[in-house]
Write a protein that binds this ligand. Structure first.
Ligand code: FAD
Ligand code: GLY
Length: 379
């Protein structure tokens, strides 16, 4: 592609994060955007995800990351309505809420702790007895000792979200170059460049790395670039075929979750495995997820597993995503390391990074999440 015209912004990686950044940039007036995608857009972690927007079920403490997740969840109603308007695609934002079940005394202690800190943080959360839990979700396990109900945690159909973001790109002339693997990025005083595996040199005024689990393999974004290492954490998933939707809510336990979708499909997940870049599904992983799902609802024992898959969550060794300019650079940015929450965090990530790229404005979260501090291992 050398010699071709130079884009305003190049985005490396066409997952939910790269595509959301592309859309936010376009909405802020950037017109010449190119996404460079190694294979096809929206086929990796973003496709594998369960689509939960569940900060209250997933976070452990009322810290900045929790507030960041809450803020992104709040933006989802507008995000979904705008995408419907822009593309005609409904991303199936579902407001039924999430139940978090307890099965042991230790689970009850954890639920009590979660109820306390979330109430103190001003979140809506209800503590339910076993019988109240069954009134709300009759197919939840009769062995459950009680639950928390998070009315504001929700879910989207993440694959519809990807279709919508790709359609947004198509309708607005955002170019998605498929089969285009970037091996190196660079920056000079006046431009940035991406070198591809087939030795093309693609130039742009600014460049965003959004390559998920593969970020640290790119020269210029890996060791020495000043951002924490990003590494893959495998998650396997299954889907049961139901005949109609007999769960209303996402249901969590300490060990996993089930996510009811339209037309009776029920997703169940997931594993958290350090398997490098090996994204194969395993009998052991699938068996474990099935047992967790049946613990949540014994009725699932009778349903056929219709589908199984896996994806690589991009885990950042700072234990937080990295969103912002690369250390020591002026034109090169990254939006990486969203780990378990990239679907949830897509609207806010796109918005605050596009703001920074277009006008230089630094949202407070961007300041917090563009630091290079390394925490302990997650797996
Ligand atoms: P990806 O979707 O992996 O996209 C990265 C893209 O970059 C890929 O398309 C890849 O091909 C491309 N790429 C990589 N290297 C290069 C290169 N060198 N050149 C060009 N292109 C490149 N999050 C939630 O919020 N809610 C959930 O319920 C949820 N459930 C999950 C369940 C599972 C099993 C998994 C695996 C993840 C889940 N997540 C969930 C996490 C979420 O999926 C991720 O955080 C999110 O998808 C990350 O998006 P991304 O765009 O950074 O990465
Ligand atoms: N957020 C759900 C998962 O990563 O499995």
């Amino acid at each position: 592609m050398s010699g071709e015209h130079r884009s305003d912004v190049l985005i490396v990686g066409g997952g939910v994060i790269g595509l959301s950044v592309a859309r936010a940039l376009w909405n802020k007036g950037v017109r010449d955007i190119t996404v460079l995608e190694r294979s096809l857009p929206g086929r990796e972690a973003s496709f594998a995800a369960a689509g939960m927007l569940a900060p209250q079920a997933e976070a452990d403490a009322p810290d900045d990351f929790f507030r960041f997740c809450i803020e992104s969840n709040r933006r989802y109603s507008t995000f979904a309505a705008e995408l419907l308007d822009e593309t005609g695609i409904d991303i199936e934002l579902d407001d039924e809420g999430t139940l978090y079940l307890a099965f042991t005394d230790q689970d009850l202690v954890e639920l009590g702790r979660r109820f306390e800190w979330q109430t103190a943080a001003g979140m809506r959360v209800e503590r339910l007895s076993a019988s109240e839990t069954h009134r709300l979700e009759p197919f939840a396990s009769p062995d459950s000792l009680g639950s928390l109900f998070f009315p504001d945690d929700r879910q989207v159909e993440n694959r519809a979200l990807l279709r919508a973001l790709i359609e947004f790109a198509r309708l607005n002339g955002i170019k998605i170059e498929t089969g285009c693997e970037v091996v190196k990025i660079d920056e000079t005083a006046s431009e940035t460049s991406a070198i591809t595996a087939d030795e093309k040199n693609i130039q742009a005024s600014k460049l965003v790395v959004a390559a998920g689990s593969w970020t640290s393999l790119i020269e210029g974004a890996g060791p020495g670039a000043g951002i924490p290492e990003i590494r893959p954490v495998r998650g396997q998933m299954i889907a049961f075929d139901g005949v109609k939707r007999f769960f209303r809510k996402v249901i969590y336990s300490h060990r996993g979750y089930i996510v009811p979708r339209k037309m009776g499909r029920i997703l169940a997940g997931s594993t958290t495995e350090d398997a490098g870049f090996d994204d194969r599904i395993t009998d052991e992983g699938i068996g474990r997820i099935r047992r967790i799902a049946i613990e949540i609802s014994p009725s699932l024992e009778n349903l056929r597993i219709a589908d199984k898959w896996s994806g690589l969550r991009p885990y950042c060794s700072s234990d937080r995503p990295y969103i912002g300019v690369l250390p020591g650079r002026q034109r090169t940015f990254a939006a990486v390391g969203h780990y378990r929450n990239g679907i949830l965090l897509a609207p806010i990530t796109g918005e605050i990074l596009a703001e920074k790229i277009v006008s230089g404005t630094e949202n407070k979260y961007l300041r917090l999440f563009s630091r290079n501090s390394v925490r302990a291992s997650v797996v």
